[in-house]
Ligand binder design. Sequence first.
Ligand SMILES: NC(=O)c1ccc[n+]([C@@H]2O[C@H](COP(=O)([O-])OP(=O)(O)OC[C@H]3O[C@@H](n4cnc5c(N)ncnc54)[C@H](O)[C@@H]3O)[C@@H](O)[C@H]2O)c1
Length: 342
Amino acid sequence: MTRVLLTGATGYIGSHTAVELVNAGYEVVGVDNFSNSNPKVLEGIEKITGKPIDFMEVDCRDFDAFAKVFEKFPDIEAVIHFAASKAVGESVQKPLMYYDNNIRGLINLTKLMVEKGKGASIVFSSSCTVYGQPTPENLPITEQAPIQPATSPYGRTKQMCEDILTDCVKAYGNLSVTALRYFNPIGAHPSAFIGELPNGVPQNLVPYITQTAAGIRECLTVFGDDYNTPDGSCIRDYIYVVDLAKAHVKAIDRMLSPNDGSRERFEIFNLGTGRGLSVLELVHAFEKATGVKLNYRIGPRREGDTEQVWANPAKANKVLGWSADTPVEEILASAWRWQQTL
Ligand SMILES: NC(=O)c1ccc[n+]([C@@H]2O[C@H](COP(=O)([O-])OP(=O)(O)OC[C@H]3O[C@@H](n4cnc5c(N)ncnc54)[C@H](O)[C@@H]3O)[C@@H](O)[C@H]2O)c1
């Protein structure tokens, strides 16, 4: 069996990907320092797949501790690097923490993969934030759209990590990298055994919606209805986390299959649905999917928000043989079921 290492394995996207990798027949070893997740997630993964995954509590910043993972599991052939700090606002307040965690973790991992891994295939969790607010002619966004100056230290760490990996692929002949630029992951596993666990006040829209519906938050504020969009609210490309997890399996399949010459050693894929949905459309879709009326109000625009971003996922559709087509009502119903278990 092929062994894949997941850093940040108990996080939101990591846990859903662990499930899909196990379902696809991969042997998974997870590491996490639980800075933004908890050990219970491992039970959720086990309940869904029927067997526990190998796991070590490790901080990716600690090189020696991280190296022990490769000593214990010398058969690691590929890694998916999810572990990172991800709150945009917090990164503005604590840039050093973000550079330390996101950059140091990646450097340690790359060193270990190049020197100790049985193979050196890295899938890196990147983000559509690298594109900033694209100009209208660049919408929907392809992988060729220009990278814009980052608007937060978080976004800059994603750009820097991609740059570091680009340089490393040139320098280390055994290294291959796939950067997956995620759009906006939402929803939870249909079993409701795993889902998104926001820390404190949710920064993302869907957990805020479900917490408002559950009465934990009084009211949802829609930041701005005067953007240049059909209903005036911002537009995003919301992708079901399970569809996103399945894209990781496809990326790993591709990296570990014999290269027929068509595969480059550094590849980038946009992972989105290809459909933009406005904040208000999402709110109404939630109401329709769940029958729950949401208490929301229109507030002023929020600083730093981009007006509209959605993906052109044609490359991932064609090259990975993958697409994200779970209907949005189904996705929102999964998020609501998950909220009700919390
Ligand atoms: N969720 C999104 O909207 C989104 C969008 C684009 C990109 N991404 C990226 O995808 C990745 C996963 O995101 P997520 O939403 O699952 O976040 P998450 O916070 O739920 O998961 C990240 C996991 O990494 C762990 N972690 C953080 N620092 C670590 C360290 N030094 N050592 C070990 N473990 C560490 C956390 O405890 C957490 O379990 C991140 O790199 C994030 O930047 C997320």
